[in-house]
Design a protein. Structure first.
Length: 427
């Protein structure tokens, strides 16, 4: 009954704004789609908001949005910015953003980055979305000369050898930067649960920390993430309930969808981001031993003292790790090799504390931590440490393999406990 009321509420909301929906179906709100009087009214609306927006405390707005639905956030964003805001659509489950915008009954714009390397299924979804919502997606393309220079110099698949950053910079980042320079605000489908290590602190609204908007300079672009607090399960329930068109790749095991060469299906219980740039997981999804020495504030690792992590977990020194390596272990030991300054180690804290608490109730598996950034050469030589954090199991018994490394970037409680069970038996 509660679910029925929610869906019914969406319908009532849309019906109440039927006239505005008709405007949206005819085309996006722009000078070429509406008359001069409408444009003048929009300009007056934007001018009226300009002074308010310039002095807005976006941290306070973000706090207020924490108790509001994605629909309410979307409605507020479109109302505030009119034709100066657009939705970034990647061709994946972020199609939910377009449905929310449609349900507000307000005019809205959608843009997408066509990198030239997308899957055919993604292009078909673009066409389905345009037909469903009677809109024209604003496609943005990379600079042809830059693409040609990159491919002629390094080949079509250079990213498999030296990382995806250069290709993404040419095909995605620079085109996105050009597009955002035409806007004052934009909407993305980022969610906290997409990558717990890197996206756990995504606000619902913020001053964009990276890109500039139409007016130029710091603070000239506002970024909305209406789905920040929404789980994958709830997003997909919404898409099914509203019968929204989705990418056919999802039915083939793809979850996170990008360019064709850099996207693959994931196995059951793998995290969705493991389907992207999988060949460089060690360096792109975790703190590199050397590149990760710079903190978010730009300070070197040693310049800012970081509090120690995992307070309930015993800390051991090099000698203890050497003893575990020597064998003859009377119990199994789950060890985390960490660096206090690493953001991914910090993101692991809650999960590891809970795992340690669960395992503490028994006596067959102990949990320890080893600060490996102060013993790098040892950790690299003995364990092949490449990134932080590194998690692994020292199994019980002298005949067991010395160390079983946990290979996944999934570091939630369920995944870690599954690793414990699979390497040490049930708990």
């Amino acid at each position: 009954m509660k679910s029925c009321t929610a869906v019914k509420g969406f319908s009532v909301y849309a019906v109440a704004n039927r006239k505005q929906n008709e405007v949206n179906r005819r085309g996006r709100f722009s000078p070429r789609n509406v008359g001069g009087n409408a444009v003048a009214r929009r300009n007056q609306h934007v001018i009226a908001h300009a002074a308010v927006v310039a002095n807005t405390n976006w941290d306070e707005i973000n706090a207020q949005y924490q108790v509001e639905s994605p629909l309410q956030v979307m409605d507020s964003a479109l109302k505030t910015w009119g034709d100066d805001i657009a939705i970034a659509f990647s061709g994946a489950e972020d199609v939910a953003l377009i449905e929310y915008a449609h349900l507000t009954g307000r005019p809205f714009r959608v843009f997408s980055l066509d990198t030239g390397r997308l899957n055919p299924e993604t292009y078909r979804l673009f066409a389905d979305v345009e037909r469903r919502y009677k809109i024209n997606i604003e496609y943005t393309f990379p600079d042809s000369q830059e693409c040609m220079d990159l491919v002629r110099t390094k080949g079509m698949f250079s990213f498999y050898e030296d990382g995806h950053q250069e290709c993404c910079r040419v095909r995605k980042v620079r085109p996105l930067r050009r597009q955002l320079k035409t806007l004052k605000a934009w909407v993305t489908g980022q969610r906290k649960d997409q990558s717990p290590g890197t996206r756990a602190e995504i606000p619902i609204v913020q001053v964009d920390p990276v890109f500039e908007g139409l007016d130029g300079g710091e603070g000239s672009l506002i970024k909305y993430n209406p789905l920040a607090n929404v789980s994958t399960v709830d997003v997909w329930s919404f898409l099914r309930d509203m019968d929204v068109p989705v990418n056919d790749l999802h039915a083939q095991g793809y979850v996170s969808i990008g360019c064709e060469p850099c996207t693959r299906p994931v196995l059951p219980n793998q995290h969705e981001r493991e389907g992207r740039w999988w060949w460089e997981d060690a360096t792109s999804k975790e703190c590199g031993l050397h590149s990760g020495n710079i903190s978010d504030t730009g300070s070197a690792e040693g310049e800012v003292e970081k509090k120690d992590l995992y307070q309930s977990v015993p800390k051991v020194e090099k000698q203890s790790i050497e003893a575990l390596l020597s064998g003859g272990r009377s119990h199994s030991t789950l060890a985390v090799f960490y660096a206090p300054w690493c953001q991914y180690c910090q993101a692991l804290e809650d999960s590891l504390e809970e795992v340690a608490g669960t395992l503490h109730q028994g006596d067959s598996v102990k949990v320890i931590k080893f600060q490996a950034d102060v013993e790098r050469e040892f950790a690299e030589e003995k364990f092949g440490l490449e990134t932080f954090p590194m998690i692994g199991m020292f199994p019980k018994g002298s005949g067991s393999k010395s160390f079983i490394k946990y290979p996944s970037v999934r570091r939630d409680v369920d995944s870690l406990m599954s690793f414990v069970r699979m390497t040490n038996g049930p708990h």
